[in-house]
Design a protein around this ligand. Structure first.
Ligand SMILES: Nc1nc2c(ncn2[C@@H]2O[C@H](COP(=O)(O)OP(=O)(O)OP(=O)(O)O)[C@@H](O)[C@H]2O)c(=O)[nH]1
Ligand SMILES: [Mg+2]
Length: 540
């Protein structure tokens, strides 16, 4: 090659030959500005590309199911292993929730004793559905498989709240055990009185999440909220906010820091703060609970109390946030919640909460050639499961890889807290059917957790008969594995019948408070979701 030829565009780029010093300075300034803008645009494009890639690489998973089904508990299991840092940072804040859980259990006992003394009638079978009080529609099930007790259908025999049955119950109630309750119990009640004030204080700090919904709150709400037509794919305006559980926990810390009204003067149980491990001075709830420890233990271990609770079918051990067997430990001034305590603590979810977890590569699963980061980062969405909150779910149905649906299997004889006319199992079936039939979710992988198997085991061992509440169960054995198998088939059948197109699905029997067993389930779930995710990413 000969001499380098001149760039044909050089003529346009070359400064004019008669350029003055001032003009040159101005030109150079303009060129520098143009370069700056061009660099900024490049940076912006690069960031947008990276964000888009990250978004594509992120797996989105939605946790669904009725209230108290175990969604947040499942999420806690994920976070405990795969978002350890934020989990640790939050741990100490759960003490306030556990304190509130303890107080609630004690108040339940006191109120049950009072009802006995007052001779209040009680529902001899409190977990059977009762007769509707108003004209709210019941949910007629097309599928004969869903034959859980529906008060609007004839099941033969007397409805549980029929006058005849109530009269028998009232007679039972009149044969009151109140004679067992002595001045000792009256004294315990008085001495435990300050817990009411602490309950109000903790509720104020933790906000609405700490208050369970009352019966009737869901009047006019169907299985998927009101005024929605998920099956037809109509979308709702997203009238919700993504909020973190941390808001509630943070509130607790902040108001605590602002100084207790009752002025014990110590700092709050802030994560990482020395006071979180229990300052010698403590705070008001801690102080009051500590001073009530002996009385709470005396109440919980009292034989007459146990007899009354049993008669009134108050099974505290099976209720959310049960810590009465751990009083010595959780009421200590230097108490720090363990992983298991946090998992068992009950704080209901409001709105929709978003959590990020990160999986490190596991063997071949993540080396699918899609991209080094594909599938490592997951966004988990936890929602409030009450019928009053299900409207807020719909905007999250877009772009979801998998749904983990929690269906508690122990609840065949229970009713929704927000609407006591609705049997919990029936609600789960209806909700599952709505989710399965949603066109927005047609391609979403469905994972069903048949949850609370531990409680099912206890309930069946106590002699509760499934067929009494689920007539189609017939004469199958009344044991946990037969019941789980039967319910799994029912859920599978609904999925098959109502999914708009064939889809991946996985079914697990779980007790998500068992963190060890759940760790293996989560690994299996993770691998299944990732396999599906990578398959669909390859197809795109
Ligand atoms: N024994 C037992 N308790 C469980 C199980 N799963 C959840 N729980 C308890 O049930 C209570 C409710 O669980 P959550 O995870 O808060 O329920 P949720 O579905 O998030 O409820 P909402 O936030 O109201 O929608 C908690 O106290 C849990 O510890 C289980 O498998 N066995
Ligand atoms: Mg929750």
């Amino acid at each position: 090659m000969g001499a380098v030829e001149e760039d044909p565009f050089a003529i346009f780029l070359r400064p004019p030959s008669n350029e003055s010093v001032g003009e040159r300075a101005e030109r150079l300034a303009q060129e520098a500005e143009a370069k700056k803008i061009s660099d900024q645009i490049d940076e912006q494009l690069k960031a947008e590309r990276a964000a888009l890639k990250k978004q594509k690489d992120t797996v989105r998973v939605l946790l669904l199911g009725q209230s108290e089904s175990g969604k947040s508990t499942t999420l806690k299991n994920f976070r405990m292993h795969y978002a350890r840092e934020s989990w640790e940072a939050e741990r100490a804040s759960w003490r306030a929730v556990i304190q509130l859980n303890v107080i609630r259990s004690i108040i339940t006992i006191v109120e049950t004793l009072q009802a006995e003394v007052d001779g209040e009638p009680y529902d001899a079978a409190p977990n059977t559905p009762s007769t509707p009080k108003s004209g709210i529609p019941s949910f007629a099930l097309e599928n004969p498989a869903h034959d859980v007790y529906n008060p609007n259908r004839s099941h033969g025999g007397l409805p549980p709240n029929s006058p005849a049955v109530l009269s028998v119950n009232n007679n039972l109630a009149r044969s009151s055990l109140s004679s067992l309750l002595t001045s000792k119990h009256e004294l315990l009640k008085v001495r435990l009185g300050p817990l009411r004030r602490v309950e109000a204080d903790l509720q104020r700090r933790l906000g609405a999440a700490s208050i369970e919904e009352h019966d009737g709150a869901a009047a006019g709400h169907g299985p998927l909220g009101v005024d929605i037509d998920v099956a037809n794919g109509k979308k709702l305006r997203p009238e919700f906010s993504v909020r973190r559980l941390n808001d509630a926990l943070q509130n607790s810390r902040q108001s605590h820091r602002g100084g207790s009204q009752h002025g014990h003067g110590s700092g709050p149980p802030t994560p990482g703060d020395a006071s979180s491990s229990g300052s010698p001075l403590g705070d008001e709830p801690t102080e009051v609970l500590s001073s009530c420890l002996d009385d709470m233990k005396a109440l919980w271990s009292d034989d007459a109390v146990r007899v009354v609770l049993k008669k009134r079918k108050v099974r505290l051990e099976e209720t959310a946030g049960f810590f009465l067997d751990d009083l010595d430990r959780v009421v200590r001034r230097d108490y720090e919640p363990t992983d298991d305590d946090v998992v068992r603590a009950r704080l209901r979810t409001l709105a929709v909460q978003e959590y990020r977890v990160r999986f490190e590569p596991t063997g071949s699963i993540l080396s699918g050639g899609i991209g080094a980061n594909a599938g490592k980062e997951w966004l988990l969405y936890d929602v409030g499961g009450s019928r009053t909150m299900r409207n807020a779910w719909i905007p999250f149905f877009d772009n979801i890889q998998a749904i983990i649906f929690l269906a508690p299997v122990s609840c065949f004889d229970e009713r929704l807290s927000e609407d006591s006319r609705v049997n919990r199992l029936e609600d789960s079936f209806l909700l599952w059917r709505s989710i399965c039939s949603s066109k927005l979710l047609a391609r979403t992988c469905m994972i069903l957790f048949l949850n609370k198997c531990d409680l099912l085991r206890k309930k069946l061992k106590a002699g509760v008969l499934v067929k009494k509440y689920l007539p189609s169960y017939g004469d199958r054995p009344n044991d946990p594995s037969s019941v789980v198998k039967y319910l799994r088939e029912k859920f599978k059948e609904i999925l098959r019948q109502h999914s708009p197109e064939p889809r991946s699905s996985y079914f697990y029997a779980t007790s998500v408070v068992d963190t060890k067993a759940t760790a293996s389930t989560i690994k299996a779930v993770r691998d299944s979701i990732l396999k599906d995710y990578l398959k669909s990413a390859e197809l795109v």
